[in-house]
Design a protein around this ligand. Structure first.
Ligand SMILES: C[S@@+](CC[C@H](N)C(=O)[O-])C[C@H]1O[C@@H](n2cnc3c(N)ncnc32)[C@H](O)[C@@H]1O
Length: 301
């Protein structure tokens, strides 16, 4: 086990949230360094099962040698089918710790961090077809505008998209340096880091289809949970937290809950805590990654 692969965030809170039954079946859809998975296994008895997903082949080096542990090298957008293939129609708890691991973020060649001068890749699944450079070099201007604006909340998204398209007519945008050159006129002085972080967030979400994948996962999670089973989701920005919150409270990705003929809300889950759980000062001091984490817990009705 590599200790610097990833430090698990809100570990105790996630495990408490799963309300683990020793002989239950649990799914960690974002295995990463396996910090949460190991803590789940500690709570399981000898008849318990833990199924872990990760689409990044690097995570496989952290696989746990334990007869109760199964690893699935797939995107969690395919949760239901993979569980069925393994012979599980329903499970007792599902944990999702969204986004990238510290390992992915700290590897320069993965292209996730603005700290390194590397090529613009950003694929979590290394077999994925689309890189961030592909997005920048092939997407129409209007689509780039939408991605920067909606996924990155970049203020001058329209003019940035225009500049990208103008720049790439002469030279492809392959590295961070190329992008900075293309965007030079739009990066606000003194706020370079924040601006670049927003642009990178937008590109990463697009490359990995993170919002579509999350929405599909949420819908499937409610289908595969046993009554009383728990859905525990940790997100790191509002584009993820919003659908998670709405789905747990209303049973829909957006909008109000459906109602039956008598006016009763029809929804698969109820929220276990009214507010999102966030990290305390002690954890924040030790782990800056916990700063933006929001944990929400739903229970299958
Ligand atoms: C924040 S890390 C999880 C860290 C983990 N909880 C731990 O304690 O080490 C997220 C992990 O989930 C994986 N991941 C993200 N989205 C995924 C998806 N749609 N399908 C499968 N794995 C995904 C990433 O490759 C990454 O390894």
């Amino acid at each position: 086990m590599e200790t610097d692969y990833h430090v698990p965030v809100l570990l105790k809170e996630c495990i408490d949230g799963l309300n683990i039954k020793p002989d239950g079946v649990y799914v960690d859809v974002t295995f990463g360094g396996g910090g949460h998975s190991r803590a789940i296994l500690q709570k399981l008895g000898k008849n318990g099962t833990l199924i872990a997903f990760d689409q990044d082949p690097d995570a496989q080096r952290n696989k746990i040698d334990d007869p109760r542990f199964l690893f699935v090298d797939q995107n969690f957008a395919f949760l239901k089918n993979n569980l069925r293939l393994l012979g599980y129609k329903q499970v007792d708890g599902i944990l999702a710790d969204l986004g990238v691991s510290s390992h992915q973020f700290n590897e320069p060649e993965r292209g996730f961090s603005t700290r390194f001068e590397s090529s613009l890749d950003m694929r979590m699944d290394k077999q994925g077809k689309l890189t961030a450079a592909d997005v920048l070099n092939t997407y129409p201007e209007e689509k780039l505008h939408r991605i920067f604006g909606i996924y990155g909340e970049v203020k001058n998204a329209k003019s940035l998209a225009r500049s990208v398209v103008t720049f790439r007519a002469n030279q492809p945008i392959v590295t961070l340096a190329d992008f900075k050159q293309a965007a030079a006129a739009h990066i606000p002085k003194g706020k370079e880091n924040k601006y670049m972080a927003q642009v990178f967030q937008a590109l990463r979400i697009e490359v990995n289809a993170e919002i579509d994948v999350l929405e599909s996962f949420l819908l499937q999670s409610a289908e595969v949970l046993h009554t009383g089973g728990r859905l525990v989701v940790m997100s790191y920005h509002s584009l993820e937290d919003r659908p998670v919150k709405n789905f747990i409270a209303k049973g829909k990705i957006r909008g109000e809950a459906d109602k039956d003929f008598f006016g009763n809300e029809e929804k698969p889950l109820k929220a276990v805590t009214r507010k999102a759980i966030i990290a305390d000062e002690e954890e924040l001091e030790k782990n800056s990654r916990a700063r933006s984490a929001k944990l929400r817990i739903g229970e299958k009705l």
